[in-house]
Design a binder for this molecule. Structure first.
Ligand SMILES: NC(=O)c1ccc[n+]([C@@H]2O[C@H](COP(=O)([O-])OP(=O)(O)OC[C@H]3O[C@@H](n4cnc5c(N)ncnc54)[C@H](OP(=O)(O)O)[C@@H]3O)[C@@H](O)[C@H]2O)c1
Length: 430
């Protein structure tokens, strides 16, 4: 292709405006690295009269997203609308036309990624999605290309900036969850309806994408066990600190004997772990490969310009492929690995209990743990001379089903007022 490569944007909100600004500000550099000019040709939005963060040249805006996909001057379609429909239909139509598609849409990829990659392969098109996970951090291409010689053993990530900001606030200032969330909302780091972030669904979409790439399978987001952060209390954070742990919302994926363990939940990690130092809205992904060993990718996981940086890099790759002729084939899933039910996964656990302060309480609880094969690594007692007091246990590794059975029995003990919290613990078993 000799002429400039034409780009069509579907959506010009936070990320779309970031992409348009980068294309304008760095046009010369982008042309040099993409083998020729890359030009914005059409931009579809819902409301063409709304003020935009980026200066979109007059005449490019349209209210009709199909006009972007169908425009013969648009060579690369960039989907930044979000959600499943109409994004899925628009991406599909662009791929059917053989056009490379760049998207940052984790939800459509987590729900329909395998189907879209297969469609891309059938039509000799290419589907790129570096911006879909962890915004500006390069992680998709490293998994697809740079680490391709490895058997990836595990991925552990802080891939939701909102929850990391909230947990950092709770840890630093001792405030409760609701206060830290309100602070995040006031600063624009949390949505008015924060449930997708706070309940872990956003991270579940992203880990489904990463696990699918790393383990070459199609992970269904419905199979990702997901637990949010709203039950974490300042007391849990304080007790964790005494035990040498920091709490993070972790997304975890591991391959174990032909099955995948994929989950999102609050997790205590040792203060010495590199992920413990990842604060505020920053994201990080910790990857272990059999050849490369341990790697960590760190940076801004959201925002118009950071995410735009990843999206524009994908656009440039699409432009280079178009200039070389042919769009290349998108890799699809090679294997079909089942996901382990969470009850069968093995972890260490932090368990906090409110109990009456009476002789024999510890023995009664330890007995119930023991009857279900749960062995205790450490115990701390809080609030002597108060009633009830807090007892905090950290277990050795145990299958989750056994822990749940032990807790069901402990909950029935008359000395136990209630089970406070149960939080998984990562890191070596002492
Ligand atoms: N925000 C981030 O930091 C970030 C980071 C990584 C990935 N992402 C992903 O990037 C995508 C875009 O996110 P965003 O934050 O940029 O969203 P956003 O600010 O809500 O922007 C969405 C854009 O899509 C347009 N739009 C919505 N429905 C449309 C339709 N039916 N036809 C045409 N245009 C339509 C909107 O038009 P109007 O402007 O007229 O309303 C708006 O310009 C999402 O998939 C998101 O998950 C976002």
């Amino acid at each position: 292709m000799k002429r400039p490569v034409g780009v069509g944007l579907l959506g010009c909100g936070t990320v779309g405006a970031g992409v348009a600004s980068i294309l304008q500000a760095n046009g010369g550099r982008i042309a040099g690295r993409a083998g020729g000019p890359v030009e914005l040709r059409k931009v579809a939005v819902r409301d063409v009269n709304k003020p935009r963060e980026a200066a979109i040249p007059p005449g490019l805006l349209t209210g009709d997203p199909w006009a972007v996909v169908e425009d013969p001057e648009v060579d690369v379609v960039v989907e930044l609308i979000g959600g499943v429909e109409p994004a899925r239909e628009l991406i599909s139509e662009a791929l059917r036309r053989g056009k490379p598609v760049v998207t940052a849409n984790k939800e459509v990829l987590a729900r329909h990624g395998a189907e879209l990659l297969a469609l891309a392969a059938r039509h000799g098109a290419h589907l790129m999605f570096e911006g879909s996970v962890a915004g500006g951090i390069p992680i998709i291409k490293p998994l697809q290309e740079c680490l391709a010689a490895n058997r990836v053993q595990s991925i552990m990530g802080i891939i939701n900036g909102t929850t990391n900001y909230v947990l950092t606030g709770m840890s630093r200032r001792g405030v409760d969850f609701e206060t830290a969330l309100r602070e995040a909302q006031a600063l624009g780091y949390a949505e008015a309806d924060p449930s997708s972030d706070v309940e872990g669904y956003d991270a579940a979409f992203k880990i489904a994408i990463l696990a699918s790439l790393a383990f070459e399978t199609a992970v269904r987001v419905e199979d990702v066990y997901c637990e949010g952060i709203s039950r974490i209390t300042p007391a849990d954070i304080e007790y964790g600190r005494e035990l040498g742990y920091t709490v993070k919302l972790l997304a975890i994926a591991r391959e174990e004997e032909g099955r995948l363990d994929v989950r999102v939940h609050p997790t205590f990690i040792p203060d010495s772990h590199p992920l413990a130092a990842v604060s505020d809205v920053f994201n990080a992904i910790f990857v272990q490969g059999d050849a490369v060993g341990e790697l960590m990718f760190y940076g801004r996981g959201a925002g118009g310009l950071p995410t735009g940086s990843a999206v524009v890099a994908d656009i440039m790759e699409a432009a280079r492929r178009l200039r070389r002729g042919g769009t290349g084939l998108a890799p699809g899933p090679r294997r079909d690995l089942p996901v382990k039910p969470v009850e069968e996964t093995v972890s260490r656990f932090y368990v906090s209990l409110r109990v009456v302060d009476r002789p024999g309480v510890l023995a009664a609880i330890a007995g119930a743990f023991g009857r279900h094969g749960v062995s205790i690594n450490s115990v701390i007692q809080k609030g002597r001379f108060e009633d009830p007091i807090d007892l905090v246990f950290v277990t050795h590794e145990v299958q989750e089903a056994h822990l749940r059975r032990a807790l069901a029995e402990i909950d029935q003990l008359d000395v136990v007022r209630n089970i406070g919290n149960v939080i998984r613990v990562e890191g070596p078993d002492a």
